[in-house]
Design a protein around this ligand. Structure first.
Ligand code: SF4
Length: 382
């Protein structure tokens, strides 16, 4: 699949604020000057002067270039609970960034202004990996999240940021739709500390009609994460009235998680609000999330959350003695009673990554190296 034309490539090239385009990974040349991108399961075959489905991987002169490299369209500081991650450095700030473009075509996209807009290239700045890490440390963030749009499609930039982040003791987070090929999976996730993967539904018809992709590759990614990495990961299921909220579908999704990933993977049921091409649907009623959470807990999942609403379903409790461990209000942590990652009442270890190390010392080291990063990039949201 390929999109756009020669003028598109010329425009984007002009909008890059560096002297040279960054050559991509995960591609091979084809006949007639085309290239095959195998970073995600779309497997775009891209003609000269054209871009793939995601907008930000383009063929120039028979080579594939990453137009998102070092060109974020959004830089912000969020609570880590907003990703959502409830078992990863709770109560901390995460330096969050995204570029233009996406490899899915979700009608309900809640970040469509950057994921579907080539124009966001105009608002991007040139921010090399070292400056991303310096900005994160300057702003007191022990971790960096690749989020807002799909970070898989700018995997080259993700990897280079991770290399610098690890050097300075910062953690890294993928907030992803899980749509990545086997060939690229370890190249990216071997550098990552935590992930939230959207499992947008549990039917192929939803994935095909509403996201323009397929379900099975996402399930494959979840199993690779579980069986082949040490990445801490949680799952989000955005519930859309009438499209993916049937109790039978929720039960099937939960049963799959239990069988293939186990009971300790946190599952977040979150509320949809009308957006992008799905403005004719009502927002998800809280009762839908309550019912889904009850199904998952009854089936045997240990950590099930409700998101995008005010609810006690955002709290973490011990699955053994039911002691309240972490009390949250929306994305705020109001109380954290964990003791060394364990329940203070019965001592049960609670799965997750609870402590951060290194960022303070790293901050002092990097400050000497990268003085001025904050001044160069000004307001974070570009
Ligand atoms: S990453 Fe982009 S260009 Fe590559 S296969 Fe996926 S959608 Fe196509």
């Amino acid at each position: 699949m390929e999109f756009c034309g020669v003028s598109f490539m010329r425009d984007l090239t002009n909008l890059q604020k560096t002297a040279a385009l960054h050559e991509a990974r995960w591609w091979e040349p084809e006949a007639n000057g085309k290239v095959h991108c195998y970073l995600c399961p779309r497997h775009c075959h891209i003609g000269e002067g054209q871009a793939g489905f995601c907008f930000i991987r383009a063929n120039q002169g028979g080579r594939l270039y990453s137009l998102g490299y070092a060109h974020p369209a959004a830089l912000q500081i969020d609570p880590v609970e907003k990703k959502p991650l409830n078992h990863f450095l709770p109560g901390t700030r995460v330096f969050s960034m995204g570029t233009a473009g996406c490899n899915m075509g979700c009608f309900f996209c809640q970040n469509w202004d950057i994921s579907k807009s080539r124009a966001d290239q105009v608002r991007s700045s040139h921010v090399p990996p070292e400056d991303v890490v310096a900005l994160a440390i300057d702003n007191g963030c022990p971790s960096i999240a690749f989020t807002y749009n799909e970070p898989t499609i700018w995997g080259e930039y993700v990897i280079d940021i991770c290399r610098v982040a690890r050097e300075y003791g910062l953690k890294t987070v993928m907030v992803s739709n899980g749509y990545i090929t086997r060939e690229a999976f370890h190249d990216v996730y071997d550098h990552i500390d935590a992930a939230n993967i959207d499992l947008k539904a549990f039917t192929e018809s939803f994935y095909g009609r509403i996201t323009l992709t397929h379900l099975q590759p996402v399930l494959d990614t979840l199993q690779w994460l579980k069986n082949e990495t040490n990445v801490w990961f949680e799952i989000t299921n955005l519930m859309i009235p009438g499209l993916n909220d049937a109790p039978s579908e929720t039960r099937a999704l939960v049963d799959w998680v239990l069988e293939h990933l186990g009971p300790d993977v946190p599952l977040h049921f979150t509320a949809f609000h009308p957006d992008f091409k799905l403005r004719d649907r009502a927002a998800t009623p809280p009762e839908t999330l309550h019912a889904a959470r009850a199904i998952a807990l009854e089936a045997g999942l240990h950590y099930v959350y409700e998101g995008n609403i005010y609810s006690d379903g955002g709290n973490t409790s011990c699955p053994s003695c039911k002691t309240l461990l972490i009390r949250r209000s929306w994305h705020d942590v109001r109380k954290n009673s964990l003791k060394n990652g364990c329940c203070p009442n019965c001592g049960l270890p609670i799965p997750g990554r609870w402590a951060s190390t290194g960022a303070h010392t790293a901050g002092m080291r990097i400050a000497k190296d990268r003085v001025g990063a904050g001044e160069r990039h000004g307001d974070l949201n570009l």
